[in-house]
Ligand binder design. Structure first.
Ligand SMILES: Nc1ncnc2c1ncn2[C@@H]1O[C@H](COP(=O)(O)OP(=O)(O)O)[C@@H](O)[C@H]1O
Ligand SMILES: [Mg+2]
Length: 457
């Protein structure tokens, strides 16, 4: 074999950061019967960088068909040949999107994690909470780590009402798994940044200018997706509900924010090696549509903390009457933020006496009101009607009850959609009794709505 110097600016040179290129060239050359040509090596690097045949053609200024034919007659067949040496089942390479995954599984990626050959990691962690207290969710952390690690989950939604602990769990998930990823991002959407400028900013933070090969006119969304194909990226987008719109059923985008939906759909559907983690009060449509299909898109609904963890939080507030703490925890459904707020009030106004507070027989919301206010302001008209109705009854209602009392004039599809929407916002509580599904409001929501009704007169 003759020695060929490789110019530093050869196309798709970035591939060598992550792939054992020399080994790949040699192994595929063995299948072919002689060494790969310079052009074949270039196409291979292009695929490994996450480019499709058309994008490779564009960058090299050749015809699309030239690249496509060369791939299907040459490289794909060599790759099949190489894989068949490793495993008995015949694997067909039919599309370019399979290539990086198959070769990754065949062991041609450079070793990730701690150790030699690791790509220098790039982090952009603006606003990541430092090391927030973390009680009672260790099992969830392990299960979700498995989802984004071994299970290659592409989109993981952490869903739940305000204060339940989504940010805290996401922060621990990131810290726990970041060493397995090349690029790690923590980005809040709380102020509803427009999508394309945000993607552009993320790319700028992550990739030095010299490493940003762009196809003419390629959107920053597509560039980000390409990075997610060529490298392992962990991207956490916080408070995703900020780009969803209020006033209609859950999961629609605010005007001008549709590109987030496009991003979610593509991250969920396309083959890549990265993971997008979202925290949100509400489930975006794309997640609802894609979840369940092979587990690549998942949502995890956060419940309140286990009782022992909730007590651990209360124990930091110099409260008395520990035997009554469970009665304090229950109506707040062990929502850690609500517990911190009420515990502060009990400490400051009731000298720490939980009994005295409970004797008032009221559910104190304090600053939690503001959070509920934001969430309730997003309901559609029909959802608001349902919530107000549920706030006036003392027992949970079945579908049949709801239908006769508030829906007789509405079409069935309409109110089923409204109930589903409320459920996705984690405002409704459901339980089964006598083979019927019963709906009620969380006590804090109940309290909030009734006090609003009083204010409205
Ligand atoms: N597992 C936990 N253990 C202890 N405190 C927690 C836990 N989860 C959340 N908290 C606390 O509860 C409050 C709300 O948590 P956060 O993660 O911000 O909720 P969310 O993002 O769902 O609104 C924070 O003060 C946080 O420190
Ligand atoms: Mg949060």
């Amino acid at each position: 074999m003759t020695f060929q110097p490789q110019p530093a600016d050869e196309p798709f040179a970035e591939a060598k950061q992550r792939w054992q290129l020399d080994l790949l060239y040699t192994d595929l050359g063995v299948v072919k019967g002689r060494g790969l040509t310079r052009v074949e090596k270039t196409y291979l690097r292009g695929l490994l960088c996450g480019y499709g045949p058309n994008e490779i053609a564009e960058q090299l200024q050749v015809k699309n068909d030239t690249v496509r034919n060369a791939l299907s007659k040459g490289l794909y067949r060599y790759i099949e040949g190489r894989l068949s040496e490793q495993q008995p089942d015949l694997i067909r390479v039919e599309s370019w999107g399979q290539v990086a995954r198959l070769l990754g599984e065949a062991g041609y990626q450079r070793q990730l994690g701690r150790g030699k050959g690791k790509v220098p990691q790039r982090l952009y962690l603006d606003g990541l909470p430092d090391a927030p207290e973390f009680y009672g969710r260790e099992a969830e952390l392990a299960q979700l780590s498995q989802a984004i690690g071994q299970d290659n989950c592409r989109v993981l939604l952490l869903l739940g009402m305000g204060g339940i602990g989504k940010t805290t769990l996401a922060a621990h998930l990131l810290r726990h798994n970041q060493s397995d990823f090349d690029y790690v991002v923590w980005q809040s959407l709380a102020h509803a940044p427009a999508a394309e400028p945000l993607f552009e900013a993320l790319l700028t933070h992550l990739l030095p200018e010299t490493q940003r090969p762009t196809v003419n006119g390629e959107s920053s969304l597509s560039q980000l997706l390409r990075l997610m194909k060529s490298h392992r990226c962990l991207i956490v987008l916080e408070d995703f509900q900020s780009v969803l719109s209020g006033g209609q059923f859950v999961g629609h985008y605010r005007d001008g924010y549709g590109a987030y939906g496009e991003f979610l759909r593509r991250v969920g559907e396309e083959t890549h090696q990265s993971c997008l983690v979202l925290t949100s009060w509400e489930k975006p449509r794309e997640v609802a549509h894609l979840e369940g299909m092979g587990g690549r898109v998942r949502s995890h609904l956060l419940q309140g903390l286990p009782n022992a963890a909730a007590r651990q939080i209360l124990s930091q507030y110099q409260l008395t009457n520990p035997e009554a703490w469970d009665d304090l925890i229950r109506p707040y459904r062990a929502n850690p933020l609500a517990l911190k707020i009420v515990a502060t009030t009990i400490r400051d106004l009731f000298e720490g006496s939980v009994d005295e507070y409970l004797n008032q027989n009221t559910l104190f919301l304090g600053d939690f009101t503001y959070l509920l206010h934001q969430q309730m302001a997003r309901l559609s008209e029909l959802e608001t009607i349902i919530v107000k109705h549920l706030a006036t009854v003392t027992t949970p209602m079945s579908l049949a009850d709801l239908k006769t009392s508030i829906f007789p004039k509405r079409r069935q599809s309409e109110w089923i959609a409204a109930l589903e929407s409320l459920h996705r916002r984690s405002i409704l509580e459901t339980r089964h009794a006598d083979q019927k599904l019963l709906f009620s409001l969380q006590p804090v929501v109940m309290k909030y709505v009734t006090s609003q009704l009083v204010t409205e007169g």
